[in-house]
Structure formats: C-alpha cells, structure tokens
Design a protein around this ligand. Structure first.
Ligand code: PHE
Length: 448
C-alpha cells in the first residue's frame, strides 16, 4: 500500500469494496431479468461457467495491472510498457476504460435514482401523500433529474473522503446490510404461494438451450458487466491492495461473492414473479416470453408488494433500499476511476477533482434525461456492449503479450510465494494470452 495515495487498510476492506463494485444493479436487476428472458436455469448454468472461466481470469489481469502499477489505469499500464507505441497503446486502453466508467455512471445514476424514488414511495404512501407517491413512481423529467442529482451527491460525498475513509468505510457498512436485507426478503417470499414453482423454474435447466448463441452472448456480457471489467475500476482498486496480499485468492473470493449474490438475487426475483403470477399478474405472454422485461422490478414487484397489504409497504421499502445500496457501492467505484486519473495525472486536489468530475458526469446524465429516447439506449450500448468487452480484451492482450512473463510472476509472487507451483500459474498466463482475448473477440463479433 502506498501511503501517500491511500489504500485499503485491510483484506476485508478490499474484498467488501471490490465486491461492492461488482455487486450492483447488474446482479440484482440485470441477472434475474436476463435469467427470466433466457430460459431460466440454462442461463444460470452458462453464466456460472463463463464467470469463472472467462471473467475471473480477465478480472485477475486487471487487478494485477493495478497492483503492479500502484496508480490509476493509464499510469499503471504505461509502467508496464517499454516502447513508445506501447505507451500510446497503454494510454488508449487505460483512458478508454476511464471514459467507459464515466459513461456507465451517467446512465447508472439515472437508474439508481429510480431505485431511490421507489424506496421513498412506501413512506409517502404510509403518510397518505398519494399525489407524492404517484409522482415518485411515474416517469418525469423533474423526478429523474432530482433523484439522479441526489444519488450523484451521495456518490460524490463518499469519494471525496478518499479510499479508506470513503470507499472502504462505506463498503464495510453497506455490504453487510445488503446481504442481510437480501436474505430476509428471500425468506419472506418463500413463504408465499407460487414461490415453489418459481424456485423450480430457476433451478432445473433446459440443457438444450445451453449452447444458443444469444444466450451465450448475454451471459458473457452480464458476467463482464457484473465484475466491472473493462472500466479501469478493478485496476484502480487493485492499485490500493497491499503487496502483502495474495491476489489470486482475493480475486477468487470477490468473484465468488459476486456470483453468489447474483444467484441469491435470482432466488428472490424469479420466485417473486411466480408469486405475482399466482395473484393474477400477467408475467409471461402466450409464447412463454417475458412481458415486461427490464421493467420487471418496476411493474411486477410493486404489484406484488401492493397485494401484500400493509406489510407490502415494508417489503417494498426494504427491496428498493437494497437496490439503492447495491447501486451506491458500484457507483463509487465508477467515480473513483476518473477521479484517481485527475488527481494523479493532473495534480488536482482530490476533493476538487471529485466534485468537478462528479458534476461533469451529472451534466451528462441530465443530457440523457432530457433526450431519453435518443441517448439512454445509445450510451448503454456504447459503454457496455462495445466499450467494456473491447477494453477488457485489450487488458488481457496487454498482460498476455506486452508484459513479460517473469515480471508478472514477480508481481503475483508478492503475498503468494508458492504461486509458481500452483495450477493457477500453470494455466492462467496462457489462458490470458490466448483463450480470453479470442473468446471475448468471438462473442463480441457475434454480438455485432
Ligand atoms: N458491476 C456493477 C453491477 O453489477 C456495475 C459496474 C460496471 C460497476 C462497471 C463498475 C464498473 O451493477
């Protein structure tokens, strides 16, 4: 840990912060929606395989780049470069990741704002402010701007405090709350009629669907989004880890937490859909496809909560607070990427850099809100469909083809003396050099 630029004070601090970045709306909203859209358990199975076989190796590459460089994404990758063209390439990849993080935050902040407004709605309902409740749950420019601004202010206020006092402290507070809330909600939904049917749809895979190209592409995209790859975020978090830590096992633990929480979120959402169906809400159309798709959490779940009577207000509140917390621990990591770049490369004071970068990203969010039909889908596509896989692939190319194998070993050995004799070291370098970039490129090509 470099003391002048801050760093995580403990192993747990890193695990919770990195898991906080990974666990977000992608897990609790994206994963169950994709699962429901792509044939239930078959998607879950493919997702698990791809997360461990492709996303985890790429995740390790990013963590290693950061811990080696002990700096923001651009500087870290430039430290690994020996020639001038490699330095330019490093700039493009590192800066590309930073731009990607900023773009993702610009739409993520809007989504997170919706989660916050839906979390407040049960409170206004309880107090009898019906007009307020309707405003909070209806699309409007004013609501979107206000709640995106509130969410960005929360994100900025945490990042202004720095790594240990901001990111680590808040991840340690918020992550246990998130896991506790998730488990409580699952237990509750399981007591309801219809949940058992959802449980079986979630856990019995239709193996014939496993090799469908569309399903593979969605599962890989989901795994990359979920581990925050290709955005410079894991490089910068890697740079805050002490050289005494064993990166191989830290990376595996974060991947395991991320995947487990996505799995748990599925256990909550899929049975909830079937509970809602047994209460008369239309979930699937005649051909078996999902009716509301991405609107699942805003249409189906609130109807389910309404049907529960008074307790539904508390369950709805708990659910959307859970969503807001998950979004916040991810958004702070997205803001840290560009902020660390501004602080380290342009010598700007951290607090000032956070405020300026945060406001700049909010301005972009406002632009999206004002031109929603035109920009919302476009920014999501540019950053997550094209940007993330491309940058993640280039990071693997960097580690596999530009960084010397002996230098990688020296770095990875710190905190893990015997890594040379492990299966990880026998497989991972080749894997990152050949398998990861080609597999990402193939899937990417298909998605075009
Ligand atoms: N991994 C986060 C999620 O699942 C999203 C994210 C993407 C966070 C990119 C940081 C960078 O919601």
């Amino acid at each position: 840990m470099s003391t002048s630029r801050g760093g995580f004070s403990s192993r747990l601090g890193f695990i919770l912060a990195a898991a906080g970045s990974a666990v977000g709306l992608g897990n609790i909203w994206g994963f169950p929606t994709q699962t429901a859209t792509n044939g239930g358990a078959a998607f879950v199975l493919v997702y698990l395989v791809l997360a461990f076989c492709l996303a985890y190796p790429a995740f390790m590459a990013e963590l290693l780049i950061g811990r080696y460089g002990q700096a923001n994404a651009v500087t870290s990758m430039q430290k690994m470069s020996r020639t001038q063209w490699q330095k330019h390439f490093a700039f493009i990849v590192g800066f590309g990741g930073i731009v990607c993080a900023a773009l993702i935050l610009s739409f993520y902040g809007i989504l997170a704002g919706w989660m916050m407004s839906f979390a407040i709605e049960p409170v206004t309902s309880l107090l009898g402010f019906n007009q307020g409740s309707t405003w909070l749950t209806s699309q409007s420019i004013a609501r979107n701007l206000i709640f995106t601004a509130l969410f960005m202010l929360l994100t900025i206020s945490i990042i202004r405090k720095g790594v240990e006092e901001g990111i680590e402290k808040w991840s340690k507070r918020l992550m246990p709350m998130l896991i506790g809330l998730l488990i409580l909600l699952i237990i509750y939904v399981f007591t309801l009629e219809g949940a058992a049917e959802g449980f079986s749809a979630y856990l019995n895979p239709d193996i014939s669907r496993v090799f469908e190209p569309g399903l593979l592409i969605s599962a890989l995209g989901q795994a990359f989004f979920s581990l925050s790859l290709g955005t410079s975020v894991m490089i910068i978090y890697g740079s805050y880890i002490s050289k005494k830590e064993n990166l191989v096992s830290l990376g595996a633990q974060v991947t395991l937490i991320d995947v487990s929480i996505a799995f748990l979120a599925g256990l909550l959402i899929i049975p909830s859909m079937y509970v809602a169906q047994s209460q008369g809400v239309a979930i699937f159309s005649d051909d078996g496809s999902l009716i509301s798709g991405p609107n699942l959490v805003f249409d189906v779940l609130p109807t389910l909560f309404d049907g529960m009577g008074a307790i539904g207000l508390f369950v709805g509140f708990g659910f959307f607070v859970l969503m807001s917390i998950a979004a916040l621990t991810s958004s702070i990591s997205m803001l840290e990427g560009p902020v660390s770049f501004a602080v380290e490369r342009h010598d700007v004071d951290r607090k000032k850099a956070t405020t300026y970068v945060g406001l700049g990203i909010f301005a972009l969010s406002a632009l999206i809100v004002l031109n929603f039909d035109l920009l919302f889908g476009l920014v999501i596509a540019i950053s997550t469909v094209y940007g993330q896989p491309m940058i993640a692939m280039l990071c693997c190319v960097f580690v596999g083809w530009i960084w010397h194998r002996s230098d990688i070993l020296e770095e990875i050995k710190q905190g893990n003396d015997t890594v040379q004799d492990t299966l990880f070291w026998k497989i991972w370098p080749w894997y990152t050099k050949f398998v990861c970039p080609s597999a990402i490129a193939i899937v990417f090509w298909h998605s075009l």
